[in-house]
Structures are given as structure tokens and as C-alpha cells.
Design a protein around this ligand. Structure first.
Ligand code: NAD
Length: 313
């Protein structure tokens, strides 16, 4: 397989790159290293080519044309909900316009499959659990609107080209290499604090629930979509753990795992609840399971252990 991975130096993208390399693929990573890190990539791999550039820049399209990929995994983008609220036009440029350019270039190149990271954010408030793909969409932010808009373009290109397109709606992805700064996930922040022996503050009562999926399972979902046959032109799948856990319970489990590895427990405090924060979130993975046979393999305890060991390095 010849694959372009945009955002291949980032958290999720770099795990996709690892899995593609294990499967002997040739890869062109395009990343501007705004949040991605060089140490996430193994530059000694002969089949790995890296272009340091912004995906909206025309040099990317020229290099993709030269590379002639079979697959595109689109994982570059701006991921801050706060930024999207402050700068909706900037968010649309980076997340919608850049995706559209890539889709148009890929269609012209006879790419077979185009897989993109979408998000549970497209649902907004979830009205039933676990939420399925047919659920109504109530995006709460320009970030979520961008994802919804890109999904509509993916559907359009899937139906109007020879390229199969995929929108993978992730729940809360966690694992090694997640950035613990900015608006990152609670698990990365917890293990990062543990390193510094800081206290950890839970937003509100901590009874809000989330659905966590381990990053290696997410990479495997990408691989299974890329290699599956007999799929429709456009495929929209939830990718999740489909298990709700409250933040209080999650933190308690993470404390136990950290203790097992010799860390002193963090002092846990409760802060103000975040305005507009969802109380419950859980996605069903039934659809991707029936279509490509994917189900999460990593239990939360196993994933937390791997994440703890990564942050302990
Ligand atoms: N992490 C999650 O829980 C989660 C959940 C749902 C969806 N997603 C989506 O998955 C994708 C990847 O997220 P992530 O968590 O790996 O974030 P990340 O910030 O670790 O990865 C993004 C990568 O893209 C690169 N990048 C950003 N803008 C770029 C640009 N304009 N040109 C070139 N490279 C650029 C960054 O340097 C980084 O390497 C994003 O689209 C995000 O919205 C993530």
C-alpha cells in the first residue's frame, strides 16, 4: 500500500504510521509539526518519507501527485474547540478548505480510499446511549460544524468519484503520545500531572461520563477500513469503546494503576463544572463491527497501564 498520512507526526496519525510500516506500506507523512513531534516518527525507516509543510500549501498537492498514493489518511487539522469559537474562519480554513483541496486532488489521482478523522462532537447532546450513526447532529461549536461539513464532502466525493470515502467518528481517544497541553484529554493530563506530582482537578462533580478508546485500536480501525472489501462508496462509522465511565471512576482506576508503578497518589480536587459540558457520552461501534469486523481489543485498565508507562519515561 502507498499511503499519505496527513498529521502523521501527531497523536493518532503517528500510530497509524506505525501500523502501516508494520504492514510494509510506503508512506508520505505531511505535517507542519504545529503539535506533532519529530520523535513520534522513525526517520530510519526507508519506506517513510516526510514532508514538513502546511496541508493547505500547494507544495503538498505537488508532492502527493508525485507520490501517487492508493490511500489517504487525513489526520492533520486544528483540534481546539476554543480556537474554533474564537476564530471560526481560521478553523474553517484549516479544517474544511484544506480537506476539500485534498479530496479534490485525491479524486484526480485515482486514490482508492480516503479516510478522515471525524468526531463524536458532530452529535452534540446525545439523546440515547450508546449513540448510533443515525443520531441527529447538533454540533455545539465551529470545530464540530467543520467535522460535519467535511463528512458531507466525503459523502459527496464517495458518491461522485471512484474513491471510497470514510468518516470515522471517534469518541475520546487516549494513549501514548497524546499531548497533555491545551484542551487535551483527561487521561493524558492525569498522567502528566502524576509525573510532576501536582494535584489534579476534576471539572464539577466528576459524575459526567465519557467513552474512551485506545489509540492503537483506533489505528487498527483505520487499517481494517483501508483493507476491507465490498464496502459502499461512503462509510460513516463510530469508533469507540462503547463503555461509559464517570471521570471519578476513571481517576480512581488511573490512581490504582499509577500506585502499582510506584507513584504517589495525586491529590484530587473538584473545580467548577465547565459550562455546556456534556453529562453523558457513549458511541455504539456496532456498524463498523458489522462492516469490517472491528471491535476495541484493549481494556481500559490495559490502555491506562500502557499510557502510564509512556508518561513515566
Ligand atoms: N484525540 C481525540 O480524542 C480525537 C477525537 C476525535 C477526533 N479527533 C481528530 O483526529 C485528528 C487528529 O487528532 P490528534 O488528537 O491526533 O491531534 P494532534 O494535534 O496530535 O495531531 C494533529 C497533527 O496534525 C498536524 N497539523 C495540524 N495542522 C496542520 C496543518 N495545517 N498542516 C499540516 N499539519 C498539521 C499537527 O502538527 C499534528 O501532528 C484531528 O482531526 C482531530 O480533530 C481526535
Amino acid at each position: 500500500m502507498k499511503a499519505v498520512v496527513t498529521g502523521g507526526a501527531g497523536f493518532i496519525g503517528s500510530h497509524i504510521v506505525d501500523l502501516l510500516l508494520e504492514n510494509d506500506s510506503e508512506i508520505l507523512v505531511i505535517d507542519n509539526f504545529s503539535s506533532g513531534k519529530k520523535e513520534h516518527l522513525d526517520f530510519t525507516q526507508k519506506k517513510l518519507h516526510v514532508l514538513e509543510a502546511d496541508i493547505s500549501h500547494s507544495v503538498c498537492i505537488r508532492e502527493i501527485e508525485k507520490f501517487q498514493p492508493d490511500m489517504v489518511f487525513h489526520y492533520a487539522g486544528q483540534i481546539s474547540v476554543g480556537y474554533s469559537v474564537r476564530e471560526p474562519q481560521g478553523d474553517a480554513q484549516q479544517n474544511i478548505m484544506a480537506t476539500l483541496k485534498l479530496l479534490e486532488a485525491s479524486k484526480g489521482l485515482q486514490v482508492q480510499k480516503f479516510i478522515m478523522a471525524s468526531s463524536a462532537a458532530v452529535y452534540g447532546d446525545q439523546l440515547y446511549y450508546p449513540t448510533t450513526e443515525e443520531h441527529t447532529q447538533f454540533p455545539h461549536s465551529p470545530y464540530a460544524i467543520s467535522k460535519k461539513c467535511c463528512e458531507t464532502y466525503l459523502e459527496y466525493y464517495g458518491r461522485n468519484s471512484n474513491m471510497q470515502t470514510f468518516a470515522l467518528r471517534f469518541s475520546n481517544v487516549y494513549g501514548p503520545r497524546q499531548n497533555a497541553g491545551g484542551e487535551s484529554g483527561v487521561i493524558a493530563i492525569f498522567f502528566d500531572r502524576l509525573q510532576a506530582q501536582n494535584s489534579f482537578t476534576i471539572n464539577g462533580d466528576g459524575l459526567q461520563t465519557r467513552d474512551f478508546v485506545f489509540v492503537e485500536d483506533v489505528a487498527r480501525a483505520n487499517w481494517m477500513c483501508a483493507t476491507a472489501e465490498n464496502l459502499t462508496n461512503y462509510n460513516c462509522f463510530n469508533v469507540s469503546g462503547a463503555q461509559e465511565i464517570s471521570i471519578v471512576k476513571l481517576v480512581s482506576l488511573a490512581q490504582d494503576i499509577a500506585k502499582k508503578h510506584g507513584f504517589t497518589s495525586l491529590k484530587i480536587a473538584h473545580g467548577e463544572a465547565l459550562a455546556g459540558e456534556l453529562r453523558r457520552s457513549s458511541l455504539s461501534y456496532k456498524n463498523i463491527y458489522h462492516s469490517v469486523g472491528w471491535a476495541p481489543k484493549t481494556t481500559l485498565a490495559e490502555g491506562l497501564e500502557k499510557t502510564c508507562l509512556y508518561f513515566a519515561k
